[in-house]
Design a protein around this ligand. Structure first.
Ligand SMILES: Nc1ncnc2c1ncn2[C@@H]1O[C@H](COP(=O)(O)OP(=O)(O)OP(=O)(O)O)[C@@H](O)[C@H]1O
Length: 259
């Protein structure tokens, strides 16, 4: 039988100094799943991602990526990461869209290597996947938040990742374009077979789109299929979040006139 486990966390805990911010987390993500990671502010979501990426070392427990302990994992090109701060370049940033996407090849090629024609084709292909190929020569800072976010997804896609982690990628993307953004994620998940894990504050939208939901507040409060999560009452959720929460919230991002 083929082992299709992308991520395995077994009883993982982490503290920055004294305070434990991730506690006894055990979870498995399998190939092809689309996980939404939700939880209140400061509940440890970004910390959990840093643990998965090997950027922090757990104080307890074990983490495996594609069956290998994260400490000795070598195939980082198989993991794509798009952070919540990706779409915050100012208009003077001196790099074109194509140059930004090509930097995604560094993990595969090493820092001191010149790009070749093949790299350019790969970068253009990734831009095509996110429907931004017409902008290849634009300065990254000229683009809207939503467009920049697509470019950063292309940057993550250029090394053909099998697992893509997105930390609040829709921050700064206006509500009108959030639907297009999810369409892109479905394309990556279903057509390209990329396993997804996405952090979102918009519980209503993420649970509509993700196949699975992970709800945490230091520990895991729910880990399962989205339709089961939707059975949580607003009272259950509000207790967990410590303030009133509705299942059907909507994105209220700022409208960017360029989108
Ligand atoms: N580098 C750090 N040093 C010390 N404490 C930290 C550090 N980074 C985060 N924390 C604390 O750890 C806790 C979890 O933070 P984390 O950023 O993982 O939560 P989050 O769920 O991603 O939050 P948000 O939804 O607000 O982005 C918070 O109390 C935060 O203040």
């Amino acid at each position: 039988m083929t082992d299709n486990k992308v991520l395995e966390m077994d009883n993982v805990s982490f503290k920055y100094e004294k305070e434990t911010v991730v506690k006894d987390v055990s979870l498995t993500i399998e190939a092809g799943q689309f996980f939404g990671l939700v939880g209140p502010n400061g509940s440890g979501k970004s910390t959990l991602i840093k643990l998965m990426l090997g950027l922090l070392k757990p104080t307890k427990g074990s983490i495996k990526l594609f069956g290998s302990p994260v400490r000795s994992f070598k195939h980082w090109e198989e993991i794509g990461f798009v952070s919540q701060k990706a779409n915050s370049f100012n208009s003077g940033f001196p790099a074109t869209v194509l140059e930004v996407v090509k930097t995604g090849l560094i993990s595969k090629t090493g820092l001191f290597r010149f790009y070749n024609k093949n790299d350019r084709e790969k970068a253009m292909q990734a831009l095509k996947t996110v429907e931004m190929e017409d902008y290849f020569n634009h300065n990254i800072g000229e683009l809207s938040g939503g467009q920049q976010q697509r470019v950063f997804i292309a940057r993550a896609l250029v090394s053909d990742p099998k697992f893509l982690i997105l930390d609040e990628p829709t921050v700064g993307v206006d509500a009108k374009h959030v639907a297009d953004f999810y369409q892109l994620l479905h394309k990556l998940n279903r057509n390209e077979g990329i396993t997804l894990l996405m952090v979102s504050h918009d519980i209503g939208t993420i649970t509509e789109h993700a196949s699975h939901v992970l709800c945490m507040n230091k520990t895991i409060h729910f880990h399962g299929e989205s339709h089961e999560y939707k059975a949580f009452s607003n009272e259950d959720l509000s207790r967990l979040y410590g303030h009133p929460v509705q299942q059907l919230t909507h994105n209220h991002g700022e409208v960017d006139p360029r989108d």
